[in-house]
Design a protein around this ligand. Structure first.
Ligand SMILES: Nc1ncnc2c1ncn2[C@@H]1O[C@H](COP(=O)(O)OP(=O)(O)OP(=O)(O)O)[C@@H](O)[C@H]1O
Ligand SMILES: O=C(O)[C@H](O)COP(=O)(O)O
Length: 403
C-alpha cells in the first residue's frame, strides 16, 4: 500500500487530489455535536494543501436514500473543516454535477473543497457493479489522484471507497495508516486476558462479528441495543427493545459455543426501561425504571444497562490486558441513559491494559461525557470498520489501496 508520504515526495503541486474521508459526524440539526472525525482527517488535508495540491474532500453522512436530502447535507462539516484549517473551504452543492465540476475547476493550488454527501447519488452504495462503476467514473473525472482516508467506511464496498481508487493512482492517508498500524497489534500479538465490549445500535451489522470474536477474545461483554437479541435468545421477553429476530438462531449458537469453549459471554443482569424513546433534543427527564434482565415488561424498551450490570462489567474489565470496545451501552445522548456507557468508559480509563475504543458514536460518547482522550490507548474513528478488521476480513477500502 503506497502512503501519502510517497505521494508528497512525488510532488502534488497543481494536482487535483480526491480525499475520501469519513465526515459522518453526529449532528443535532445542523450543529455538529462531536467533530472528532473531521479533526482526524486534518493531517492529510493539511499536508496536501501545504504541498500545493487542489484538494477535493468527499464523504458520506448518515444513510440518505440515494437522493438529495437536506437533513444529511455535508455543509456543516465543510464549514467546520474550514474553521479547523483556518482557511476558506469551497462547498459544492452536488457530488458530480455542475456545482462539483465548477467548484473543482475553480480551485487554486493549496485550496480545499468539499463536495456534497456522496450518498445523495444512488450509485455510491449500489450493489450493482455497473451502477457503482458509472458513478466512480464521474467522480474520477474530478481528480488526478486518490487518497483513501475514510477509515470508518473502509468496510463498505461503495463507489468512492472501492471502485474509484481503481480508476486513479491511489494512496493511503495518514489516518488509515495510523488506524491500521494500531489495530494490527490486536490481530497479531494480543496480550491476554483480551476483553471485547460490544453495544450500539447497528445490531444486524455487528452481530456477525461475534462469530469470529468467540475464537479470539477471552471475554465478551454485550450491552447497548445488541443485548436484547441475546436476552431473547435465552428465552427472556424483551418488550419493545431493539431486536434482530432473524439472527436469533445464530445468537443461540453463539451462546452454546461460548459455553463449550470456555469463552465468557457476559450479558446484562439488569436494564433501564421506559415506555418511550427519550427526547434527545429537549433531554426532558425520562424517569426510566430498573428491571432485571429477565423481567422486561412487554410495553417497555431497554435503553441502557442497569446498575448491577455496570458493576459487573467494570469487574470484568478490571484485569484485562487488552480491551476493544465498540458501541455505547445505552442511549448515552440522553443523560438518564448515559451511566452504562460512562461506567464502561471509566473502567477503560482505570485499566492498566491496552485499551481501544472504536466507532463514531463510541468515540463521541467518550468525549462528550467528559473523558480524557489521552486515558485511552487508541480511539479509532471506525466502529464497524475496526470490528471487521479485527475479524480478519478483507476490507474493500483497504484492498483497493493495495498496489
Ligand atoms: N438500548 C439501545 N436502544 C437503542 N439505541 C441504542 C441502545 N443502546 C445504544 N444505542 C444507540 O447506539 C448508537 C450508536 O451505535 P453504533 O452501532 O452506530 O455505534 P458506533 O460507535 O457509532 O459505531 P459505527 O462507527 O460502526 O457507527 C447511539 O446513537 C446510541 O443511542
Ligand atoms: O459511522 C460509521 O460507522 C461509518 O461512517 C460508516 O457508516 P455506515 O454504517 O452508514 O456505512
Amino acid at each position: 500500500m503506497k502512503t501519502i508520504d510517497e505521494l508528497l515526495s512525488e510532488g502534488v503541486a497543481g494536482r487535483r487530489v480526491f480525499v475520501r474521508a469519513d465526515l459522518n459526524v453526529p449532528l443535532d440539526g445542523t450543529t455538529i455535536t462531536d467533530d472528532g472525525r473531521i479533526r482526524a482527517v486534518l493531517p492529510t488535508v493539511e499536508a496536501l494543501a501545504a504541498a500545493g495540491a487542489r484538494v477535493v474532500v468527499a464523504s458520506h453522512l448518515g444513510r440518505p436514500k440515494g437522493a438529495p436530502d437536506p437533513a444529511f447535507s455535508l455543509a456543516p462539516a465543510a464549514a467546520r473543516l474550514g474553521e479547523l484549517l483556518g482557511a476558506d473551504v469551497a462547498f459544492a452543492t452536488d457530488t458530480v454535477g455542475e456545482s462539483a465540476t465548477s467548484t473543482v475547476a475553480g480551485l487554486t493550488d493549496g485550496q480545499v473543497a468539499v463536495i456534497e454527501n456522496l450518498r445523495f447519488n444512488a450509485g455510491e452504495t449500489s450493489k450493482d457493479d455497473a451502477e457503482r462503476g458509472a458513478f466512480a467514473d464521474r467522480l474520477a473525472a474530478l481528480a488526478d489522484v486518490y487518497v483513501g482516508d475514510g477509515f470508518g467506511a473502509v468496510h463498505r464496498k461503495h463507489a468512492s471507497v472501492f471502485d474509484l481508487p481503481a480508476r486513479l493512482p491511489h494512496y493511503a492517508g495518514h489516518l488509515i495508516a495510523t488506524e491500521v498500524g494500531v489495530l494490527k497489534k490486536l490481530t497479531e500479538d494480543v496480550k491476554r486476558p483480551y476483553v471485547v465490549a460490544l453495544g450500539g445500535a447497528k445490531v444486524s451489522d455487528k452481530l456477525a462479528v461475534i462469530d469470529e470474536l468467540l475464537d479470539k477474545a477471552d471475554r465478551l461483554l454485550i450491552g447497548g441495543g445488541m443485548a436484547y437479541t441475546f436476552l431473547k435468545a435465552k428465552g427472556y421477553e424483551v418488550g419493545k427493545s431493539l431486536l434482530q429476530e432473524d439472527q436469533l438462531p445464530a445468537v443461540r449458537e453463539y451462546l452454546e459455543r461460548a459455553e463449550k469453549s470456555g469463552v465468557e459471554l457476559v450479558l446484562p443482569v439488569d436494564t433501564l426501561v421506559s415506555g418511550e424513546f427519550p427526547d434527545l433534543k429537549t433531554k426532558a427527564p425520562a424517569h426510566p425504571a430498573t428491571v432485571a434482565a429477565d423481567a422486561i415488561p412487554a410495553d417497555q424498551e431497554g435503553l441502557d444497562i442497569g446498575p448491577e450490570t455496570r458493576k459487573l462489567y467494570a469487574s470484568k474489565l478490571a484485569d484485562a490486558a487488552t480491551v476493544f470496545w465498540n458501541g455505547p451501552m445505552g442511549v448515552f445522548e440522553h443523560p438518564d441513559y448515559a451511566e452504562g456507557t460512562k461506567a464502561v468508559a471509566q473502567a477503560l480509563t482505570d485499566s492498566r491494559g491496552f485499551t481501544v475504543v472504536g466507532g463514531g458514536d463510541s468515540a463521541a460518547a467518550v468525549r462528550t461525557l467528559g473523558f480524557d482522550e489521552q486515558a485511552f490507548g487508541h480511539i479509532s474513528t471506525g466502529g464497524g470498520a475496526s470490528l471487521e478488521y479485527l475479524e480478519g476480513k478483507t476490507l474493500p477500502g483497504l484492498a483497493a489501496l493495495e498496489d
